[in-house]
Design a protein around this ligand. Structure first.
Ligand code: DAT
Ligand code: MG
Length: 148
């Protein structure tokens, strides 16, 4: 089953949005298979955002994501990578549609509440960066057969 890496960023944690965000993905029908509150070491932040290292905002991005605890998660479900991106909304909250997480809770691009993998390759890479194999839990619920 497809998996993605989602993370409530430091602004989302400090604004008490962990429950709200987890709830949206649970209600959608996706399954939480890994989760932890953690502080991101600088080296991990730089590696996670490696694709942006030449961008002018890279330093700010790394400072922000290491500024306080994040809630890192692995979610599982059919098409979860692209559907989670849709549920998150556009990168810049000013362009994110109402009803999306960034559209409902964000204002500026630097502080956009949530991260989500953007492709199968990045999902695999990011899950591997943040979670040990034994921290991702395989389990099945009867109801999965009724939702999917
Ligand atoms: P996304 O998080 O939607 O995958 P991204 O990978 O392009 O977006 O960028 C990673 C993060 O970097 C993004 O969530 C917020 C920050 N960011 C992106 N563009 C920015 C910009 N022009 N100025 C400041 N921060 C930016
Ligand atoms: Mg991205």
């Amino acid at each position: 089953m497809e998996k993605t890496f989602l993370m409530v960023k430091p602004d989302g944690v400090q604004r008490n949005l962990i429950g709200e965000i987890v709830s949206r993905f649970e209600k959608k029908g996706f399954q939480l298979v890994g989760g932890k509150l953690m502080s991101i070491p600088t080296e991990l932040a730089q590696e996670h955002y490696g694709e942006h290292k030449e961008r002018p905002f890279f330093g700010e991005l790394v400072d922000f994501i290491t500024s306080g605890p994040v809630f890192a998660m692995v979610w599982e479900g059919e098409n979860v990578i692209s559907t989670a991106r849709q549920m998150m909304g556009a990168t810049n909250p000013k362009d994110a549609a109402p009803g999306t997480i960034r559209g409902d809770f964000g204002i500026t691009v630097g502080k956009n509440v949530i991260h989500g993998s953007d492709s199968p390759q990045s999902a695999e890479r990011e899950i591997g960066l943040f979670f040990k194999e034994e921290e991702v839990v395989a389990y099945s619920k009867l109801i999965n057969e009724w939702i999917n």
